[in-house]
Design a protein. Structure first.
Length: 255
């Protein structure tokens, strides 16, 4: 469901502090001089701070020309049943927002399993500001979810190993009825590293690998997302149920 349209800008930014990493540490010792533990620990902390600040950061820009993406769940257990997904996008570049429609259906026929609408803001970080489920398993129930603060999916600047979390107190309106509170949800996202990805849509290098864990109502779900230059989301694996969704094709307004 988290389907960002990201063009990655792998801009490794080195700060002045990193360039000066070879500079002497603050406390200097001479031969035969006793070394106080506090001074030694202070030097170690300074070195640790330098190493942390030298880690490259990665940022992103949104591909405002992206118009659609198509995925397939390649796991054998899903063959023919709720195993196709089509994303379409509508951008408001001036406001740094976009709307995304996601339809999950059967490859064996034209049945729709689920349909979602997402609202996104990318003025700085990539933030999911609201979503709705328009169709659920063919029952034509319209669920609209309100979020207290939004889901933070990608940060404007990230380092490998960095984690960030979101907590939302949610509301739900069913078929246009009054909003009622439902159990809160929690997300923790971690930039686990970079990985080259090969899927039907093509070969992609240096994709961001995001480890995502969601908690709600006593249950949890664990996913791995891969965001690549051009299509954004290119593959995601649900480690909880074993589903493996891979990009089949994507299109842009420039095609």
């Amino acid at each position: 469901m988290k389907t960002q349209a990201i063009t990655l800008v792998l801009s490794f930014v080195v700060s002045g502090a990193v360039l000066a990493a070879g500079a002497p540490v603050g406390n200097q010792f001479s031969s035969g001089q006793p070394a106080r533990a506090a001074d030694v620990n202070e030097n170690f902390q300074e070195l640790a701070d330098r190493i942390d600040s030298s880690a490259p950061t990665v940022g992103y820009t949104v591909n405002e020309n992206l118009t659609s993406r198509t995925f397939a769940d390649i796991t054998p257990a899903s063959a023919g049943a709720c195993d196709q997904r089509v994303d379409t996008f509508a951008f408001n570049a001036g406001a740094n927002t976009f709307e995304q429609n996601v339809v999950i259906g059967n490859s064996s026929d034209t049945s729709v399993c689920e349909e979602y609408d997402f609202s996104w803001n990318y003025a700085t970080d990539l933030l999911n500001t609201g979503y709705s489920i328009s169709v659920s398993n063919g029952s034509n129930v319209n669920w609209v979810f309100g979020l207290s603060s939004g889901w933070l999916y990608l940060k404007a600047q990230m380092r490998v190993g960095e984690s960030w979390a979101s907590h939302n107190d949610r509301t739900i309106s069913i078929d246009g009825g009054a909003s009622t509170s439902i159990l809160p949800e929690y997300y923790k996202m971690t930039l686990a590293g970079y990985k080259d990805i090969s899927v039907t849509a093509g070969d992609f290098q240096n994709c961001l690998m995001i480890d995502a864990i969601r908690w709600s109502s006593g249950s949890s779900e664990h996913r791995i997302y891969f965001y690549c230059d051009g299509p954004g989301l290119t593959r995601y694996i649900n480690l909880t149920n074993g589903n493996d969704w891979q990009l089949q094709s994507y299109s842009t307004a420039l095609d």
